[in-house]
Design a protein around this ligand. Structure first.
Ligand SMILES: [Zn+2]
Length: 193
């Protein structure tokens, strides 16, 4: 929650599961990323380093490379088209994976996807397990992690977009609506070109 609310962009990371219960998430690790209010792009090298560190720490890939968690600054936790593409591209080759989204308004979304055998997907509820041990909050460490990893691209992104298509009001949309509007705008523009 601390990381979700620290900045005003989306942020994302890998969830780290308990060794004996892969659906129990014990930690979330950010990696270097460029973020806007509607997208998160991980740095490839940072992801590779994260995987190396996790292996060195004695974890198995199913503990740290299957659950992708990211935030939405708006109210909606529904995955956007970009989320679906990222999930399919980056997590579609594992035997199973989970896309989890935590929205600033409190809404959550989690989908477990099986990519082997008869491929199937189910949405699963997300809840906080108060029975497991929790090491306590460390806001300073979280803040350091955030500042080390997250780079907001909104300003730059604006420069190249404002002039052509978008209108400031679009920023208030949650990302699903936003993408729909933008797709519509782009289609219209192509049409008139
Ligand atoms: Zn998203």
């Amino acid at each position: 929650m601390f990381l979700r609310d620290y900045g005003d962009t989306e942020i994302g990371g890998f969830a780290i599961s308990a060794a004996d219960n892969l659906l129990l998430i014990e930690d979330v690790q950010l990696v270097k990323q460029q973020c806007t209010t509607v997208t998160v792009v991980f740095d490839d090298t940072a992801v590779a380093d994260f995987f190396d560190e996790q292996v060195d720490a004695g974890r198995r890939p199913e503990q740290f490379a299957r659950v992708w968690i990211h935030t939405h600054p708006g109210k909606s936790a529904e995955p956007s088209n970009t989320d679906e593409e990222t999930f399919a591209r980056c997590f579609g080759s594992s035997d199973w994976s989970i896309m989890a989204i935590v929205a600033a308004g409190g809404a959550t979304y989690a989908r477990l996807q099986f990519n082997v055998g008869p491929a199937a997907a189910i949405t699963i509820p997300m809840e906080i397990d108060f029975t497991s041990e929790f090491p306590g909050s460390d806001c300073e460490a979280w803040e350091r992690e955030y500042l080390a990893c997250v780079r907001s691209m909104d300003a730059k992104w604006w420069d190249c977009r404002t002039s052509s298509l978008l209108d400031e009001r679009l920023l208030d949309y949650d990302d699903t609506d936003w993408f729909t509007s933008m797709e519509a705008a782009l289609t219209k523009e192509d049409y008139f070109d």
